[in-house]
Write a new protein. Structure first.
Length: 382
């Protein structure tokens, strides 16, 4: 056994605060009784504040992929055409979900590591008036790219086109103003910035998206957003509630708002700056070249030529008790993803950078930790 603290620096699941774990360990309330309804009501108020929306935020007992599926099945009819803007593994998942729904797909494929250009979305919509929706990521978890969803929303809100945005690795990690920006469907999962175990997802719709959902023929018994909305208004879920996760969510949201979301975002921004500066000081290449397009929850670091990710990750765990992750798909052995989302701080990222440096075949020279910490403190002072 390892007699040292484990540091899980992965882009989901993420570390869980003691306050949340202790709350989840309490005796369960019954999901149809008043004590649980009080928790649901509090959660709904805080979720609306988190999503920056006036509409309901629907909790679902599923993974983030379930929320993606629910959005496709509740907002679009089979045979309708949608545009999928993708630059990575999870953007590609929209293609599979859309096809399963029977949607016709137009794919705008962008280079991994680069942010999708809003003008390319505009050109695609201008060229095909039959497109009814745009699916995209806010943060592409497989690469660490932050896409300009606000600029895309400026385009879709002027048309009869719904914007469906996957915020699974973005919500509570960087600012997203759903109503103000004009996002029609925003979704996220429990196991990243919300500091919970996997198993719950959340979907919020704009007024025009709800109007659309009311017109779509229901074809999925479980992912019925209209039914969920009716029950949410009664501080209930449509089916059996994930009680422990709901209790944990209540505590996690209270922690976020007690600290203040502006301070949370500043911390996330500073951790992103720290991770990038540390990797560069090691002489390693960053996969996302432009910092303005780097998501605030994880940093993808390219490995030197001939070095594979698997043995580096294994050594970091064996010798340093740090859990890192590789890239996905073609990037699996080429990239290390160092996550800095949720209940992590500067000391965790310092440990992650050290574990990475220690586990490389050729140890980096130079004061990479000093460079990383300098970047962190400078970002906090901005």
């Amino acid at each position: 056994m390892s007699f040292q603290a484990t540091r899980m620096l992965t882009p989901g699941p993420t570390p869980i605060p003691d306050r949340v774990r202790l709350a989840m360990a309490a005796p369960l309330p019954h999901h149809r009784k008043d004590a649980f309804k009080t928790i649901m009501h509090e959660n709904q108020d805080m979720l609306k504040k988190l999503f920056c929306t006036e509409g309901p935020v629907i909790p679902l007992a599923c993974s983030g992929t379930g929320a993606m599926t629910a959005s496709a099945f509740n907002l679009f009819e089979p045979g309708e055409k949608v545009l999928i803007a993708t630059a990575g593994h999870f953007g590609d998942r929209w293609i599979d979900i859309a096809k399963m729904r029977g949607l016709e797909t137009a794919v705008l494929r962008w280079s991994a590591g680069e942010a999708i250009a809003p003008e390319a979305v505009r050109e695609a919509l201008d060229a095909d008036a039959s497109i009814r929706g745009v699916f995209m990521q806010i943060s592409e978890t497989s690469t660490g790219v932050l896409h300009p969803v606000k600029d895309v929303a400026d385009i879709t809100r002027e048309r009869d086109v719904l914007l469906v945005a996957d915020g699974i690795s973005a919500v509570s990690l960087s600012p997203i103003l759903m109503d103000e920006w004009g996002i029609d469907c925003l979704l996220t999962g429990s196991q990243k910035g919300l500091m919970l175990p996997p198993g719950m997802a959340f979907v919020a719709l704009s007024p025009r998206a709800w109007a659309r959902a009311e017109q779509v023929r229901p074809t999925c018994f479980y992912f019925d957003l209209i039914g969920e909305r009716e029950n949410c208004a009664k501080d209930q879920t449509h089916y059996t509630s994930p009680i422990s996760l709901m209790v944990g969510l209540n505590e996690a949201l209270k922690m976020l708002f007690e600290y203040g979301m502006d301070k949370v975002f500043k911390k996330q921004y500073a951790l992103m700056k720290m991770a990038r500066a540390g990797a560069e000081a090691m002489g390693l290449e960053l996969f996302v070249k432009e910092e303005k397009h780097s998501t605030w929850g994880l940093t993808s670091i390219c490995l030197p030529e001939g070095v594979k990710a698997s043995p580096v990750i294994a050594k970091a765990w064996k010798d340093c008790s740090v859990i890192l992750t590789a890239g996905q798909g073609e990037l699996k052995e080429k990239v290390i993803r160092l996550a800095h989302m949720g209940w992590v701080d500067w000391a965790d990222i310092a440990a992650g950078l050290h574990a990475l440096a220690y586990s490389l075949p050729e140890k980096p020279q130079g004061a990479y930790l000093e460079a990383a910490l300098e970047a962190y403190h400078k970002a906090l002072a901005e």
